[in-house]
Design a protein around this ligand. Structure first.
Ligand code: DP6
Length: 328
């Protein structure tokens, strides 16, 4: 029997940076976070992923930034593709090509935009047209932060929620986020392993989980009230509470480099000098600084001068993830 070629779907999803952090899992099988999170989707950092299910292909063929995935990386992707195969009833392997326009796996949220683009591209390539919330729930199973990258602007993944929800459009509070890149090397411990280790060994982990909901609420309220100072203070607090839980792990989990600390000190100094800005860090050494657009230029110029900073990328709130299906 000859079958029609299946369509190729190409999705683009933007990465996101959490202001209220997710760190730790309540349910590992369902990949449900132990803390509620709230992020800004970034216009400047994105993943483009094309997916096509192909007849007579033995196993999924996945290329990330021009290199073929093998071993555990391929396995994680194939397990995710199995969910799409189960949902759609399609038993074929897929050819997946994915490209980031920023350094992969170095704490710039590549798994967020990566799994969001894959969930959207793969469902459409399999002929499924799911509501956005269901695509977000699927992306969550790949990487919980990816649930948030299906939506633009400011997005929350609430406690026990299966999918993320948009909280405010970018225009609702047009802040900017300066990504201060400290290294282009990949990090040595993924978020997944890092949070598992923190949960298992850090005496501060329960305190982090207990304090996160109140910080999340402060961030959400500040965002909706467009209160930059309240938002910034709570954002820094969330990041430092999370990193404190990592530092207290045994052995300690430290993603920071000397430049990370130099940037934090500089942000505090600039704030004292009348340039309001607040910092956040993820599972990597980079520092992300939120600010109001009126101060972006002066802040970016000052942060570029911090020794060890490779690049400062200016990001605004980004759009919803999008997909295009090529007719066959
Ligand atoms: C520090 O979403 O990468 O960036 O669900 O295990 O894939 P998995 O983890 P991941 O963790 C992100 C952690 C963070 C904070 C955040 O984005 O909320």
């Amino acid at each position: 029997m000859t079958r029609h070629r299946l369509p190729k779907a190409t999705a683009i999803a933007h990465s996101n940076i959490a202001l209220a952090k997710y760190w730790g899992k309540k349910d590992e099988t369902q990949n449900l976070p132990a803390t509620p999170s709230l992020s800004m989707t970034l216009d400047a950092l994105h993943t483009t992923t094309s997916v096509q299910f192909v007849e007579r292909l033995e196993e999924d063929e996945v290329t990330l930034n021009g290199s073929r995935l093998t071993g555990e990386d391929l396995e994680r992707l194939s397990l995710f593709m199995d969910r799409i195969r189960n949902l759609s009833g399609l038993a074929l392997a897929a050819r997946v090509e994915s490209n980031n326009n920023f350094p992969t796996a170095s704490g710039l949220a590549s798994s967020a935009s990566g799994f969001a683009a894959l969930a959207l591209g793969a469902t459409r390539a399999a002929g499924l047209e799911l509501p956005r919330s269901e695509v977000s729930a699927l992306a969550r199973l790949g990487s919980a932060s990816a649930a948030r990258s299906l939506f633009g602007g400011y997005v929350a993944l609430e406690l026990d929620a299966l999918s993320a929800i948009p909280v405010l459009s970018g225009d609702g509070f047009p802040l900017q986020l300066l990504v201060c890149v400290v290294t282009t090397l990949p990090k040595d411990k993924s978020s997944r392993l890092g949070m598992g280790h923190t949960a298992k060994t850090s005496p501060y982990y329960p305190a982090w989980v207990a304090s996160a909901p109140a910080v999340y609420t402060r961030i959400r309220e500040a965002l909706l009230a467009q209160d930059f100072e309240k938002l910034g203070r709570a954002t820094e607090h969330s990041a430092l509470l999370m990193h404190a839980s990592m530092f207290a792990a045994d052995p300690p989990l430290n993603y920071w480099l000397p430049t990370t600390l130099a940037l934090l000190a500089r942000v505090t100094e600039l704030r004292g000098a009348g340039l309001p800005a607040y910092a956040t860090m993820d599972a990597g050494p980079h520092v992300k600084v939120i600010c109001e657009p009126i101060n972006t230029r002066a802040l970016a110029a000052a942060l570029e001068l911090v020794p060890g900073v490779k690049q400062v990328m200016v990001c605004s709130p980004g759009p919803d993830a999008a997909v295009k299906v090529e007719p066959t």
